[in-house]
Ligand binder design. Structure first.
Ligand SMILES: NC(=O)c1ccc[n+]([C@@H]2O[C@H](COP(=O)([O-])OP(=O)(O)OC[C@H]3O[C@@H](n4cnc5c(N)ncnc54)[C@H](OP(=O)(O)O)[C@@H]3O)[C@@H](O)[C@H]2O)c1
Length: 343
């Protein structure tokens, strides 16, 4: 049986972790690597990943050249959170007849927030007979797909709440930076205001995905301002020290409103030093459902798993832009990846 041929597109913090996990899979070949970071371009992927061996794959900033040469089945893409930035990258992959799994948050459910890009990408993917999926741990699983799966046991649903509380100390450095850890409260507010840090991206997509699965027509999705969580004592993350009184991270809420009522509420809290970490989902309905995962699922490990475990499902899926709610029930693909693939 032939191996699954994968391109690593974006070998930053998450892309590198994905590539390392792919290397553990005997039936996957990394056949190309793409990044624009000058410190990585033209280097062997093994060196970029900090491995002691070379992998005979050079990191290139020329996506077209890599795609033309690689004869890949799929690209795993991890560069940016916003579809307006990633659209040209993903469209190029698709035009070369290669499937895509991306960590781009807005791609996880783009038909509400970016309907034009979503329509164009869906048509392009169908034209080239490939599948595109945006996924990750959140958005992609904990505050949407998992919620949707739990609703399957309900006859009626009045309200859904999902809360994620995580200690960001063990997360990758770019994550700690984007949640504002180590900034003064003033700097935090300025940087969020000027969009110099993104905060968490994806609450809007998660709410829209849940509503889409339940065929709920929401009046609106309200995304509240990200608020700093202020450290009461000094705390430390990877390369980031937070003094008492500084932002240790953030809290952000979002609400889906239907007929004037809050029917979906998401509460995301990520800060260095969080002591009580959990992922909780509460469904008020018939029956009521309460689910708590404690401690919370590790975001980086979970994202890598979500992306890699999606590979066989995406390769086998019908063409087009799909979301997690369109694919078969998510699962690990722990054994021999190639045996899941019918092509
Ligand atoms: N859905 C989820 O649950 C989930 C989970 C984790 C991460 N994410 C998202 O995944 C993305 C990647 O995260 P990260 O922490 O790995 O970020 P990162 O460390 O900044 O890595 C991104 C890499 O992509 C490169 N890049 C940027 N634009 C590119 C382009 N046009 N072509 C090729 N390479 C390009 C960057 O180079 P430069 O540094 O030179 O720009 C960098 O090396 C982020 O948007 C993050 O928010 C989503």
């Amino acid at each position: 049986m032939r191996k699954v041929r994968v391109i690593s597109y974006g070998v930053g913090a998450v892309g590198s972790m994905i590539a390392k996990f792919l290397l553990e899979k005997e039936d996957i070949d990394i056949v190309g690597a793409v990044d624009v970071d000058k410190n990585k371009v033209n280097k062997d992927l093994g060196e970029v990943l900090g491995l002691e061996k070379k992998l005979a794959v050079k990191v290139s900033d020329d996506l077209g050249a890599v795609l033309s040469k690689a004869d890949a089945d799929i690209a795993v893409h991890a560069t940016s959170s916003y579809l307006r930035d990633t659209y040209p990258q993903i469209a190029s992959i698709v035009e070369h007849g290669v499937n895509v799994v991306s960590t781009c948050e807005e791609l996880s459910y783009p038909c509400t927030s970016e309907p034009e890009f979503a329509k164009k990408l869906d048509a392009l993917a169908k034209k080239h007979d490939v599948t595109v999926l945006g996924t990750g741990i959140n958005p992609g699983f904990l505050m949407d797909t998992l919620v949707i799966a739990l609703t399957a046991a309900c006859q009626k649903i009045e309200k859904i709440e999902a809360v994620r509380v995580m200690n960001a100390a063990t997360r990758r450095v770019p994550f700690q930076k984007k949640i504002g850890a180590g900034l003064t409260v003033e700097e935090f507010q300025q940087k969020i205001e000027k969009k110099q840090i993104t905060g968490h991206v994806g609450l809007e997509q998660s709410i829209a995905m849940i509503a889409g699965a339940l065929a709920w027509k929401l009046d609106e999705i309200v995304i509240e301002h990200a608020e700093p969580v202020v450290a009461e004592k000094p705390v430390e993350g990877k390369d980031i020290k937070v003094k008492a009184g500084q932002a240790a991270g953030l809290r952000q809420k979002a609400k889906g409103i239907m007929k004037g009522k809050e029917v979906i509420v998401l509460d995301f809290q990520a800060y260095i030093g969080a002591e009580d970490e959990y992922d909780a989902i509460t469904i008020k309905g018939v029956p009521n459902i309460k689910q708590k995962i404690q401690p919370c699922v590790h975001g980086d490990i979970g994202t890598v798993a979500m992306v890699v475990n999606s590979i066989p499902k995406v390769i086998n899926a019908p063409p087009g832009l799909l979301t997690m709610k369109d694919l078969p029930v998510p699962s690990a693909a722990v054994e021999n990846m190639a045996k899941y693939i019918s092509t």
